[in-house]
Write a protein that binds this ligand. Structure first.
Ligand SMILES: [Ca+2]
Ligand SMILES: [Ca+2]
Ligand SMILES: [Ca+2]
Ligand SMILES: [Ca+2]
Length: 334
């Protein structure tokens, strides 16, 4: 039963990704991930060392927290992105394709406000963004970039479960802000999370050429997180972000440290030979895809139902068992 459900989920995910592909997509031979990553990292780090950035501060306007990149001219005194300290370069290490990716990103602003919240890595986001790819100019042999897409007034949400891995990994680091409707029907956004990510092609489109981006391009996305929609992938009444039960920290050498009981905004599907810290009953189906999280043969939906109202309890009010765990996460009661 559970395996059928799991297979169904993967089919759905595959359809979602495929349907996003544009008709001009083309694929080339799949190169060795490790070799390509070294090239991408070199290009990204050279970009960071040879360019500076400028950030617009214009609260409530469309260009607030927009960022531009410019090559430092010969003899120029501008401080490179690499060396500047106004917006420290941060790194998220990501284990994928048997390598540990160094995913550089910058928080222009994390995002704040009374209803501010972070998406988990399978929620939906409403975000404006500007996409560029980095390449070596064949004439000058210098590292440069081209813009391939810009979305300033987003109308549609993207599921972080079905976009490039760079987005899936970085958006949970940011929060929404607040917004207000204007008399003319437009919306002004304030205090939203805003950032930049520098994505190796292995966490981007890799061997696919799409939407004007050549295959094997490292990408730069600057983005603003305006709003999110919580997902409940397994429809068990508990939003996926509340089925995130462990923190996984990845060190630069790829070593993973797990802190159980502390959510980190990321849930994962892992291979069957790997222990998944976000899988309570250890049946290889992580909680966010498991309709019976504790494996006691009572569905989570039935275990979190308030017998008086017939409705699901809000997460904080789900009763606990004698072992101190919430009902749907303990085989001690149901
Ligand atoms: Ca759920
Ligand atoms: Ca499970
Ligand atoms: Ca579940
Ligand atoms: Ca159960």
């Amino acid at each position: 039963m559970k395996n059928i459900f799991k297979a169904f989920y993967f089919v759905m995910a595959a359809i979602a990704v495929t349907s996003c592909n544009k008709s001009d997509d083309s694929t080339t031979e799949v190169k060795d991930y490790s070799e390509q990553y070294q090239k991408d990292l070199e290009l990204i780090e050279d970009f960071l060392q040879t360019h500076y950035m400028e950030v617009t501060n214009n609260p409530g306007a469309t260009d607030d927290q927009s960022v531009t990149f410019t090559e430092i001219p010969t003899g120029g005194t501008q401080t490179s992105i690499w060396n500047q300290t106004d917006y420290p370069l941060q790194v998220r290490y990501v284990n994928k394709h048997d390598i540990t990716y160094k995913l550089y990103y910058i928080q222009l602003r994390q995002g704040s406000g009374p209803t501010s919240k972070s998406p988990c890595n399978v929620d939906q986001v409403l975000a404006s963004y500007n996409g560029k790819y980095i390449y070596t100019d064949s004439d000058t042999e210098k590292t440069t970039f081209d813009q391939f897409e810009e979305s300033l007034n987003p109308q549609t949400y993207f599921s972080l479960a079905s976009v490039i891995a760079g987005w899936t990994e970085i958006f949970p680091k940011f929060k929404t802000g607040s917004y207000a409707s204007n008399p003319d029907g437009t919306i002004s956004y304030f205090d939203f999370g805003a950032g930049v990510m520098f994505v190796p092609s292995g966490l981007g489109y890799y061997n696919v050429s799409t939407g004007g981006i050549p295959s094997y391009s490292p990408l730069i996305f600057s983005f603003k997180l305006y709003e999110i929609i919580r997902e409940d992938q397994d429809a068990d009444g508990i939003p996926s972000y509340q089925e995130d039960i462990a923190t996984v920290n990845v060190a630069s050498d790829g070593t993973e440290t797990v802190i159980n009981g502390v959510p980190d905004g990321y849930v994962r599907v892992l291979d069957e030979d790997e222990v998944n810290p976000d899988d309570t009953d250890g049946d290889d189906i992580p909680d966010f895809l498991d309709i019976d999280d504790d494996g006691d043969y009572f569905t989570t939906l039935s275990e979190i139902k308030n017998p008086l109202t017939g409705e699901s309890y809000p997460y904080d009010e789900i009763p606990t068992c004698t072992d101190g765990k919430k009902k749907h996460l303990s085989t001690a009661c149901h």
